[in-house]
Design a protein around this ligand. Structure first.
Ligand SMILES: [Zn+2]
Ligand SMILES: [Zn+2]
Length: 368
């Protein structure tokens, strides 16, 4: 790895870190990444609105893509860094600043060393809310790209250790809001109104039975995120209620089945209690399923670089919208260790370790 390129990538990472932007609002970040690649490379830049890709044209020996996300989180930063967040309440606490800087470093490296294959560098917004991946993944089909990879930094594994698995790498998940509307009445005459409390309670009570591990092939979870029924007014019987659940499963078909079961239950409860029901979904992440051949290629690349490799027994519970890409092309999502004692992701004192920039870039290079 060229030291001047590495220095540029570290400086870029710190700039991104100091200017974090929330999902769907990453205009400065996207512009900065584009400017950086324009200034330091001759890669073709393709602006797609909320996202962009950089293309290195090789000698037509097949196509390969890499993806980096670039959104930050609605959190304070509590660590003292010279490049600390300049935006109150927003901070890079998942290391997406590092993912993007590592991919930009690959751009610098391609400029210097070249490659036989066409290499697409995809810079994606809104990963944290599952809103960016699907649109960017469509590029794979559009451009007939057969292979795609990405990495996520991961505390808990030793620094520079590769961790991954065949099949499910990240669970599928989605947020579902079940909103009930009844009829208001005085708290002394609840029989004249329609109160959603019992319907919500019946659904919550049924969740452990619907998610029994012995009835499923993989992990299945339903987490109550919020129950909001009625107002803090003792004279009024509650007549509006919302139940917010995060549904999660290792296998996509088990998530879809669980979602259908809870929906059926909610419809039944609404009908029994004379309530109207509306259902909204958000933060929808597909299962991120690694292709065995993709995993083998990443492992081989890591071994060639002398990096320790861990085959994970369990998938990550947390979701990753890279699953959209792996529906379009062969490849894998892999983890690179931040260090065993590194601060966890999504904690206010987390910071991406710069030492991983060169490692991630070297792995990408080996995969080309
Ligand atoms: Zn995150
Ligand atoms: Zn992340």
């Amino acid at each position: 790895m060229n030291q001047a390129d590495l220095n540029l990538a570290v400086t870029l990472r710190h700039e991104l870190h100091a200017h974090p932007e929330l999902s769907r609002q990453e205009t400065w970040t996207k512009a900065r990444l584009m400017n950086f690649l324009q200034e330091h490379t001759k890669l073709e830049l393709h602006d797609r609105g909320s996202w962009f890709y950089a293309l290195y044209r090789g000698m037509g020996v097949g196509k390969i893509a890499f993806r980096a996300d670039f959104d930050a989180l609605p959190m304070e930063e509590t660590c003292e860094l010279p490049y600390r967040s300049q935006c109150p309440g927003v901070a890079h606490k998942c290391g997406h600043d590092g993912h993007s800087a590592a991919l930009a470093l690959l751009g610098l490296t391609l400029e210097r060393t070249g490659a036989a294959r066409d290499v697409y560098l995809i810079f994606q917004p809104a990963e944290e809310v599952g809103a960016g991946g699907e649109a960017c993944a469509a590029l794979l089909k559009e451009e007939h790209i057969g292979e795609v990879y990405a990495f996520h930094n991961m505390p808990g594994y030793p620094l520079h250790t590769l961790a991954l698995r065949k099949g499910t790498m990240n669970c599928a998940s989605k947020g579902v809001t079940y909103r009930f509307e009844g009829v208001s009445t005085h708290a002394s005459t609840p029989e004249l109104g329609r109160n959603p409390a019992q319907a919500v309670a019946r659904i919550v009570g049924a969740l452990p039975g619907l998610t029994r591990q012995e009835d499923h092939r993989g992990l299945v979870m339903a987490t109550v995120v919020q129950i909001a029924v009625g107002e803090p007014a003792f004279g009024i019987s509650a007549y509006r209620g919302a139940l917010l659940l995060t549904l999660r499963a290792q296998y996509q078909e088990e998530l879809d089945a669980l979602s259908q079961q809870v929906t059926d239950l909610a419809r039944q409860a609404a009908e029994e209690d004379g309530l109207t029901l509306t259902i909204e979904e958000q933060d929808v992440f597909p299962e991120t399923a690694n292709h065995p051949a993709g995993v083998e290629r990443v492992e081989k690349a890591a071994q060639a670089l002398g990096l320790p490799v861990v085959e994970m027994e369990e998938p990550m519970r947390g979701s990753e919208d890279f699953g959209w890409y792996l529906r379009q092309a062969e490849g894998a999502m892999f983890l690179l260790g931040d260090g065993e004692d590194h601060q966890p992701l999504h904690r206010t004192d987390f910071d991406f370790p710069d030492a991983l920039l060169g490692t991630a870039c070297a792995l990408f290079q080996k995969l080309i």
